[in-house]
Design a binder for this molecule. Structure first.
Ligand code: DGL
Length: 264
């Protein structure tokens, strides 16, 4: 048993989809969340930049004395996980592996689609991870850069969002995928719309898979928090907390404590 917190970082507020799943699965855990809102989006940046930002985010969370660090951002997981694991002496886990493993477990016809930011898709990280668990799987990827701003605006079911999504997803039709990985923090909020467009396809929500992995690791190391843990989760951002606090409610589906602005 260990009542230290779980550190979670993302480029912005999308990682709250992971926080929500962790809170659902492990209600006793205290979470320290950092959203690097001043420097988001990461999805359009270079590997060097994403590594530098990810190291600074990790160093900040370590000051909160956390027991594990969760890289909720798919882009940071795809491009910087190896480097930050090497640089810091603590368990650090990324979203890619969990989503890839779940996709391989779920697919029946071994044809898997992945959507993510430009940087995530260009890195080939999902293809590599899926092939590791399912060497016989065919993987088809599509960068969907317009979806993050739409979700940030709260456009979750507008006809414009549906039309853009249909455009991104239409390439998967001829590939006959039966499983689609949502390879970006923001996409779980579009799940109802994606389900409507692709009703027969199994959708892999990396956020949920990630929370299951965190629980498995903490249980295996006997690091889960005690039932009477009174630690309150805390949220930090690197730019004004206003939008974060407003849109954050939509992500967490409950009132959250106000985020504090910090300088890294
Ligand atoms: N958090 C990023 C991801 O999951 C999306 C937003 C961004 O581009 O920074 O890839």
């Amino acid at each position: 048993m260990n009542n230290k917190g779980i550190g979670v970082f993302d480029s912005g507020l999308g990682g709250l989809t992971v926080v929500k799943e962790i809170m659902n699965l492990m209600p006793n855990e205290q979470i320290f969340y950092l959203g690097d809102t001043a420097r988001m989006p990461y999805g359009t940046k270079t590997k060097e930049t994403i590594i530098r930002f990810s190291k600074e985010n990790t160093a900040f969370l370590l000051k909160k004395n956390v027991k594990i660090i969760v890289v909720a951002c798919n882009t940071a997981s795809a491009l910087a996980l190896k480097e930050i694991k090497h640089a810091f002496n603590i368990d650090i886990i990324g979203v890619i592996e969990a989503g890839a493993r779940a996709a391989v477990e779920m697919t029946k016809n071994k044809r898997i689609g992945v959507i993510g930011t430009k940087a995530t898709i260009a890195s080939g990280a999902y293809v590599g991870a899926i092939k590791k668990y399912g060497p016989k799987c065919s993987v088809y990827s599509c960068a969907a850069p317009l979806l993050v701003p739409l979700v940030e605006e709260g456009w979750l079911s507008n006809k414009e969002t549906e039309s853009i999504l249909r455009n991104y997803l239409k390439g998967f039709g001829p590939k006959k995928i039966d499983t689609l990985v949502l390879g970006c923090t923001h996409y779980p909020l579009l799940k109802p719309l994606i389900k409507r467009i692709m009703p027969k396809v199994t959708i892999i929500d990396s956020a949920r898979e990630m929370a299951k992995t965190v629980r498995a690791i903490l249980e295996a190391r006997d690091l889960t928090a005690m039932k009477n843990n009174r630690g309150k989760s805390e949220f930090f951002v690197t730019d004004t907390p206003d939008t974060f606090n407003k849109v954050g409610k939509m992500f967490l589906k409950k009132d959250m404590v106000m985020a504090k602005r910090v300088v890294l």
